[in-house]
Design a protein around this ligand. Structure first.
Ligand code: SF4
Length: 242
């Protein structure tokens, strides 16, 4: 994937951030596509925010690839939800898997690495496949929101990360209510586990429903001192950009 001649290699991200704070996510996505296509991807795990962005992209740039990191540990409900939405909306989903075949992974690490060393499990099954999938990508769109966790409150809407990739967070200023209202307005079904208290849904062994009063992501790696899988931290923000 190469940059078209007419596209600036280095958009002014501080200026873009100032402008984007008052723009709807669709306009941010439009800018992203106009600036970086065809080197744009959306990553999502079929949580509601990713689904909302995929739905928005249908009307802007429907062939934008959607990467789903298939760790082998997703809930069956997540895989069924993925298949249902792909069938209903035609999302161009590409399943991304670890380079190490499943049988080899189990033989080397057992089937309980997530319990013994979740960082290594995430590295093998999420971070490394993502690193490979991002080769040649210039803009990485994702569905994080600032109010999901204390680690995300200062998140800009666009940020340059290692490797020169521009990470785009079009829903940064949204709340879960905004997400729910969008889905309701467009008739998008919710994840089947959402009604059972799963407000953030990752791999089955590392996700539980949240309890009353807990943060939205409190059910992820609960009690293990881990708050992020590493996907959003393996490439640190590039120095001096934000
Ligand atoms: S979330 Fe859990 S099961 Fe999934 S890759 Fe990370 S440690 Fe493994």
């Amino acid at each position: 994937m190469n940059a078209p001649d007419s596209v600036p290699e280095s958009p002014d991200l501080p200026e873009a951030n100032r402008r984007f704070e008052t723009l709807p996510p669709e306009e941010i996505l439009r800018w992203t596509v106009e600036t970086f296509a065809p080197d744009v991807v959306l990553t999502m795990s079929f949580q509601h925010e990713g689904v909302v962005i995929a739905h928005m992209l249908r009307g802007i740039a429907p062939s934008t690839p959607i990467l789903f990191i298939d760790t082998g540990y997703h809930f069956p409900e997540t895989l069924a939800y993925r298949d249902r939405l792909v069938e209903s909306f035609g999302f161009p989903v590409r399943n991304v898997r670890a380079a190490m075949p499943r049988a080899e992974f189990i033989a080397r690490h057992g089937d309980d690495l997530h319990a013994r060393d979740p960082d290594l499990c995430c590295k093998i099954n999420k971070v490394e496949p993502m690193q490979s999938a991002l080769v040649g990508v210039r803009a990485w769109v994702n569905g994080r929101r600032r109010d999901q966790a204390s680690t995300r409150t200062g998140m800009p809407i666009v940020e340059r990360i290692g490797g020169g990739i521009v990470k785009v967070n079009p829903l940064a200023s949204w709340t879960s209510r905004d997400t729910w209202q969008y889905m309701n307005r467009h008739g998008i079904p919710t994840h089947p586990l959402f009604e059972q208290g799963y407000t953030s849904i990752g791999c089955a062994p590392c996700t539980r429903p949240v309890l009353a009063g807990e943060d939205e992501r409190a059910g992820r790696w609960a009690g293990r001192g881990k708050v992020e899988c590493g996907l959003h931290t393996f490439l640190d923000p590039a120095e001096g950009d934000e």
